[in-house]
Design a protein around this ligand. Structure first.
Ligand code: FEO
Length: 161
């Protein structure tokens, strides 16, 4: 049985993962609308990965005899002035999620809930991976001049990310 504070935090994380799914699906739509099909596909893939993040917590809560609680999910932003702004938003979002995961891990350690602590290690590794992905995309934006040729190259490259 999970401690109430751990349950509350896991449910908060569950809902954050729902927001992430919607955020990346909306970003996929924005990219498709602007003609960036490769990046649109990349964000669809990211959105599906976020759905996996939802189910991991959902199943863990169920498995520990705790009913998962889904609340209202904030609508994601729909306007971006440029592709760089959109990618930067995603990168900042992932850094935020990493901070949330770290806080959650800290709570489990403080309360000596080592089972949940162990469960969360997958998220710690996943956040490291996701931050790295978005940072490397931003780095490529800086390397390739953001003109039409550069954007085309980036769009093609991200089809295979
Ligand atoms: Fe589920 Fe990208 O954090």
């Amino acid at each position: 049985m999970l401690k109430p504070e751990v349950t509350t935090k896991l449910n908060e994380q569950l809902n954050l993962e729902c927001y992430s799914t919607n955020l990346y699906l909306q970003m996929s739509a924005w990219c498709h609308n602007k003609g960036f099909e490769g990046i649109s596909q990349f964000f669809q893939k990211q959105s599906r990965e976020e759905t996996n993040h939802i189910y991991r917590i959902f199943d863990y809560l169920n498995d520990t005899g705790t009913m998962p609680l889904l609340g209202a999910i904030q609508a994601p932003p729909i306007h971006f002035s440029s592709l760089t702004e959109l990618i930067n938003f995603a990168y900042e979002h992932e850094k935020n999620i990493t901070n949330q995961i770290n806080r959650l891990v800290h709570v489990t350690m403080t309360l000596q809930d080592y089972s949940t602590f162990y469960f969360l290690q997958w998220y710690v590794a996943e956040q490291h991976k996701e931050e790295k992905i978005f940072k490397s995309i931003l780095d490529k934006f800086e390397m390739i001049a953001i003109d039409y040729n550069g954007l085309f190259l980036i769009d093609q490259m991200m089809k295979n990310q």
